[in-house]
Design a protein around this ligand. Structure first.
Ligand code: PHE
Length: 340
């Protein structure tokens, strides 16, 4: 028996098969078929060796060994070729390309103010409460002690959805709703949108945010109002001066408006404060006994104070924004200045 021709055949076919492998998987399959320990073709030939005479064995053994080394060399070479090809096909990365900018969301300046106000009042024991934007005349006006002929009820200021249902013109109706639901004592802060039939100009918008505050308890006095609102203004604007001016609202008695020293010019007078040195930031007052009574709260036992403020105006003042419409434009270039 002579294994030499078979060794030569294995060599020829092996070289062809290795060269034909077009992927590393195909190459692996070729390696197994040719040189695999269990069922490879070389193994099968080596198994024949014991049947040969000593001379034949030596010749065949060295021939088979040469084929093995040769095929191993071919496999390694083809493997390197395929690896190089794979690298060429891979999508190329341009490491000099500028990185894509990452989009970061930013809070709207009015939201920033609302959240800061909420935080200051939370620390004082107030709870955030909400109410509907579509209200009845009763909650929006009547229960708040507006006389039936009050000009604010007029169609010129109020957007009516039907004869009785309107878009709330302020967040004060939530005072009534909260007192009705929870009774006294309460301490609430109410952020929300309100609507008025105003022109849309540099200082007015037909829809804007308000923040209402209400504290009702036994023994609450004007001292609580003044102390709390002064503390609040100092927290929000930093050690600024404040002043109270007498005012009028149907649902508070007495009523007062609070001003803070202009944050832009610090009192010397500028365009933002229209030369006065002061910025009006909220209306406030002692809750009118009629309001407590309308809400089912005993006005002999309880007193309270309330305030309403406009966070948009406060955002204009704080950030020196000259036109309120910038807050509604959704212009990315404007909004991204508030990203932090
Ligand atoms: N609701 C009033 C307004 O919209 C503000 C206010 C609220 C005043 C609470 C006093 C007390 O102008």
């Amino acid at each position: 028996m002579n294994l030499i021709p078979q060794a030569e055949q294995l060599e020829r076919e092996g070289i062809e098969r290795i060269a034909a492998a077009r992927t590393r998987d195909e190459l692996e399959a070729a390696r197994t078929a040719l040189l695999g320990r269990k069922n490879g073709r070389l193994t099968a030939l080596l198994a024949e060796l014991p049947k040969l005479s000593a001379d034949e064995k030596r010749a065949a053994g060295s021939a088979l060994n040469k084929v093995k080394l040769l095929l191993e060399g071919c496999l390694a070479e083809r493997d390197a070729e395929l690896a190089a090809l794979a690298r060429q096909d891979a999508p190329r990365v341009d490491v000099t390309m500028p990185a894509r900018a990452r989009w970061r969301g930013a809070k709207h300046p009015v939201t920033i103010i609302i959240e800061e106000v909420e935080q200051i009042f939370r620390e004082l024991g107030f709870t955030v409460a909400l109410g509907p934007e579509a209200e009845t005349e009763w909650y929006n006006f009547t229960a708040l002690n507006f006389p039936p002929d009050h000009p604010a009820i007029d169609m010129h200021d109020t957007l009516y959805l039907s004869d009785d249902v309107l878009l709330r013109t302020h967040t004060s109706p939530v005072q009534i709703r909260t007192l009705q639901t929870y009774g006294a004592p309460v301490r609430i802060l109410v952020p929300g949108n309100v609507y008025r039939r105003d022109f849309f100009d540099a200082s007015h918008a037909p829809m804007f945010a308000q923040i209402e505050g209400l504290a009702v308890d036994e023994g609450i006095s004007f001292v609580d109002l003044k102390a709390t609102l002064t503390h609040f203004a100092q927290q929000l604007f930093g050690g600024t001066k404040t002043r109270f001016r007498p005012s009028y609202f149907p649902f508070t008695e007495p009523s007062a408006e609070m001003d803070v020293e202009c944050t832009i010019c610090h009192g010397s007078g500028c365009a933002t404060c229209k030369g006065s040195g002061w910025m009006e930031i909220l209306g406030s007052g002692m809750v009118h006994p009629e309001v407590l009574t309308a809400s089912g709260v005993d006005a002999e036992k309880y007193t309270g104070w309330a305030f309403g403020m406009g966070p948009a105006r406060m955002a204009l003042a704080r950030y020196g924004i000259p036109d309120i419409r910038a807050l509604y434009d959704s212009d990315i270039r404007f909004l991204r200045q508030f990203a932090r």
